[in-house]
Ligand binder design. Structure first.
Ligand SMILES: *[C@@H]1O[C@H](CO)[C@@H](O)[C@H](O)[C@H]1NC(C)=O
Ligand SMILES: *[C@@H]1O[C@H](CO)[C@@H](O)[C@H](O)[C@H]1NC(C)=O
Length: 335
């Protein structure tokens, strides 16, 4: 009897250690904590936005994976996108200068309750010191850049932006908002609240996030290049989301669950798409392709079309500081 039990035990341990190292019993991932949804940001899109939130599962139907402008597979799905390399650009099947329906669609415009048909991607990351970072990733199929002296710059297919609420022992302590190559950070107390939740304002076209309404100029002197925000339609991520846990030590994602319509699709889609390291839009076109032009603006070279962005995995999810760029991160105590 004892011999048999020992044999069974050692067989079990062997199975466990083959399955995973270090030995760990796999359990279902925890759902999104209620304090995360209760403090999820409410974001105002611009009242006259023309490039509304998009569902990544729709976006992937309209792109082909390309490397150096040559396709490497006929199509992609959320289930197989992670098999592609970091050199891949998910490239529009349509000429973007025709602004196809899936780019200009208003289907993702939130309704009066804040519900968008485009799910927000929530990524939860536990960190030392009782910290939980809750990232709210917003996706748009198209970024319409800004005008400088009446000339359009910085358009691209695919647009990932995010806000992040940092919780310490379950209490919200800080708020981060991505904008262009950087972003801004505030104490949670300093943020404008809507129904007790932090408020964000999303720039028209570029979808950069700001903590206050109005005009926000960036990158160039004076008011040469500015984002416009206003108290347009509110987007409430708690009403429709795909949520995941990210384990920073193993750099792996697991499904936490979905809310709203996304709850019905998240288990079949899985979490592997978040590991895709390539770009979610076209590679920057060569001169004259699709009407491409580039100009020197001070020390910057700006083009009509730039390359599509990387996804959530490339946004420093393991950050210790509140900001994506950790050096020189200051957390403002007032707006
Ligand atoms: C993904 O799956 C689709 C449908 O099965 C297939 O046509 C496509 O070639 C696959 N793409 C990759 C990159 O594996
Ligand atoms: C997350 O992982 C990276 C890479 O291993 C590490 O540099 C970073 O310190 C980790 N973050 C935290 C908050 O522990």
């Amino acid at each position: 009897m004892v011999g048999f039990a020992l044999q069974a035990l050692s067989a079990l341990l062997l199975t466990l250690s083959v399955a995973a190292s270090p030995v760990r019993v796999k359990k279902r991932a925890d759902p999104v904590p209620s304090f995360v949804l209760a403090n999820a940001p409410l974001a105002h899109l611009y009242s006259k936005e023309q490039w509304w939130p998009s569902d990544i599962s729709v976006h992937v139907q309209h792109v082909v994976p390309e490397v150096n402008f040559a396709s490497v597979a006929p199509s992609v799905t959320l289930q197989n996108i992670s098999s592609l390399g970091s050199d891949v650009f998910l490239t529009s099947k349509d000429d973007v200068t025709d602004q196809p329906d899936w780019i200009t669609s208003v289907v993702g415009k939130p309704d009066a309750d804040g519900l968008s048909s485009a799910p927000v991607t929530i990524v939860l990351v536990n960190k030392p010191g009782g910290i939980l970072d809750a990232f709210f990733f917003y996706f748009y199929s198209y970024d319409h850049g800004g005008k400088v002296l009446g000339i359009e710059f910085g358009d691209h297919v695919g647009d990932w932006e995010h806000t992040m609420v940092r919780f310490t022992n379950g209490a919200p302590t800080a708020f981060y908002l991505s904008a262009h190559s950087g972003g801004s950070a505030y104490t949670f107390a300093a943020t404008e609240k809507t129904n007790g939740r932090p408020t964000a304002y999303i720039g028209v076209g570029t979808h950069a996030n700001y903590a206050s309404s109005g005009q926000h100029c960036h990158d160039l002197p004076g008011d040469l290049l500015c984002d416009q925000t206003d108290a347009g339609p509110i987007w409430d991520p708690a009403l429709n989301y795909r949520a995941f846990w990210f384990d920073n030590s193993t750099q792996t994602f697991t499904v936490a669950g979905g809310g709203g319509a996304a709850a019905n699709v998240i288990s079949s889609e899985g979490a592997s798409w978040l590991s895709f390291q390539g770009k979610w839009g076209d590679e920057q076109y060569d001169f004259l392709e699709h009407g491409q032009y580039c100009l020197e603006l001070g020390s910057l070279e700006e083009c009509r079309f730039s390359s599509g962005p990387t996804g959530p995995i490339a946004k420093n999810l393991g950050r210790a500081a509140v900001c994506q760029k950790e050096d020189g991160c200051t957390i403002a105590t007032s707006l």
